[in-house]
Write a protein that binds this ligand. Structure first.
Ligand code: AMP
Length: 479
């Protein structure tokens, strides 16, 4: 078994690693650190959660321990796709370099150029930046990249998704040909292959298993959901989300809720707050200070629910997330892997649920093809029964209440008039829900007491219920 002591790291780095409580290197660390220390280029195919950050930060600190920084000429450069990810690398650097005198600067948007210029002017050993901001500094003539000895590109596949590849190519060209390159990507898309074959020189390639897809400590489930009406889909999905949260109860200590669009992130966060949940949004349109505050709150446990877009949450390291909810099925299958990889980290148990509407079934198929597994179908915690207007049916057995309704529309009532469970949307008659797998049971502990329960049947009418009894009636819209 390889130990950290076997890898050839500086003793100061080793003691910081011991303080961090790590017992042994992860596979990406064991694979990447020795060639990096030999000065070789490294191509790491690994995603977040594998320990890849330490995989490049530890050898960088060791290699940079000799020599000094010169004004405006950083000795090394780490490029990350998002501000949060860059900030996270900076935190890792602080942890592992605490016994050294190495300096760093973090160049990200949302922070004043003046402050950042001051740091660069003094000379830094490690410059951690997002590509756009780095080029802004460069173009203002405040930065020289000709002293870069080590360049790291982190999360290259996300850089590709975000359209940063031309910036990355430009930055590569601004750094010396003799630099050492450590390049990390979760996948090797053709465009990434092209970049690596152009800019890396005979790299040591290390590929680690997709932790998130093979991880047995993440319990996955998908709820196949059809709204009672297309225009009520978003609202009804939010009801399902709340019911899922309630169903998980105290086991859900904190969660990230992923949505595909920034506007949806905002709406879901607002709606959760309105329903008394401790939630906040994070996405690219929010200002940096607010994003940082939200993230800090989530890390320190004062915020329970983080509603996030893929870009904002990519690579975030929050070690103790109990749940991930996919409010939407991601349209890029890869994103599913990244999203669920936020939970079940560092050997902990994690649980993840996704809500899939008919339109998104094609994306679900793509995800299942990618992870080479069927994601277990779990029952909608609101039950699959259509709400019916007969309050006296409230005490019928659960199995009766959960039969699919023989009609398309559910009668509506306002949330104030009735408990959450009764707002269950009506499934279409042709789509009986699949049986839950993996021992998942329907759990109705989200059903609050009070108010009359509706049912899919009107008692006493047998199978010949007149249609008018099932017709919906108007009520004020609710969230
Ligand atoms: P990363 O993939 O770099 O985002 O790291 C994921 C998490 O693993 C972080 O919380 C690290 O602190 C943690 N970690 C990194 N290396 C090790 C290690 N050798 N043993 C245990 N945890 C580690």
């Amino acid at each position: 078994m390889t130990t950290f002591a076997d890898l050839g790291l500086d003793p100061k780095v080793l003691s910081a690693v011991t303080d961090a409580g790590y017992e042994k290197p992860t596979p990406i660390q064991a694979g990447a650190i020795p060639p990096a220390l030999q000065g070789r280029d490294v191509l790491g195919i690994a995603q977040t959660g594998t320990g890849k950050t330490a995989g490049f930060v530890l050898p960088m600190i060791t290699l940079l321990s000799k020599g000094r920084a010169r004004a405006r000429m950083p000795r090394s450069l780490v490029l990350a796709p998002t501000r949060e990810l860059a900030a996270q690398v900076a935190e890792n650097f602080d942890t592992y370099a605490k016994n050294t005198k190495l300096t760093k600067a973090l160049l990200i948007g949302g922070v004043s150029f003046k402050e950042q210029d001051k740091l660069i002017d003094r000379g830094v050993d490690v410059l951690i930046a997002t590509p756009g901001r780095l080029l802004d500094h460069f173009e203002r003539g405040k930065l020289l990249l000709t002293g870069v000895q080590i360049m790291v590109v982190d999360e290259a596949d996300r850089m590709l998704d975000m359209g940063f590849i031309p910036d990355i190519e430009r930055i590569f060209e601004l750094t010396p040909f003799t630099r050492q390159t450590l390049f990390f990507s979760a996948t090797m898309a053709p465009e990434i292959e092209r970049i690596t074959s152009t800019f890396l020189s005979n790299p040591e390639k290390i590929e680690v298993a997709r932790a998130a897809t093979t991880s047995e400590n993440i319990e996955q489930g998908v709820i196949m959901f059809k709204a009672s009406r297309k225009d009520r889909q978003a609202k009804e999905k939010r009801e399902v989300l709340r019911a899922l949260i309630e169903q998980e109860g105290d086991a859900c200590t904190n969660a990230i809720i992923f949505c595909n669009r920034k506007t949806e992130v905002d709406v879901v966060a607002k709606s959760l707050v309105k329903h008394g949940y401790n939630a906040a949004p994070i996405h690219g349109d929010l200002d940096q200070a607010q994003r940082m505050r939200t993230l800090d709150g989530f890390r320190d446990g004062s915020l329970r629910f983080l509603c996030a877009s893929d870009v904002a949450a990519r690579g975030l390291d929050v070690p103790s997330v109990s749940h991930v909810f996919n409010f939407d099925v991601p349209s890029h299958a890869e994103d599913y892997v990244h999203r669920i990889g936020r939970t079940g980290r560092a050997g902990r148990q994690g649980k993840t649920f996704m809500i899939c509407v008919p339109h998104d079934e094609k994306y679900l198929t793509a995800i299942e093809a990618l992870v080479k597994n069927e994601i277990p179908r779990v029952e909608n915690p609101l039950g699959s029964a259509a709400p019916a207007p007969a309050p006296e049916a409230a005490d019928e057995p659960k199995s009766e209440r959960e039969k699919p309704a023989p009609r398309k529309r559910a009668p509506r009532k306002s949330a104030k008039q009735e408990p959450a469970a009764q707002e269950a949307p009506t499934p279409a008659p042709d789509r009986a829900p699949r049986e839950p797998q993996g021992g998942q049971k329907n759990n109705n502990n989200n059903r609050r007491s009070g108010g009359g329960r509706r049912d899919d049947k009107v008692v006493g009418m047998g199978d010949h219920m007149p249609a008018f009894m099932t017709r919906s009636f108007k009520s004020p819209a609710v969230d």
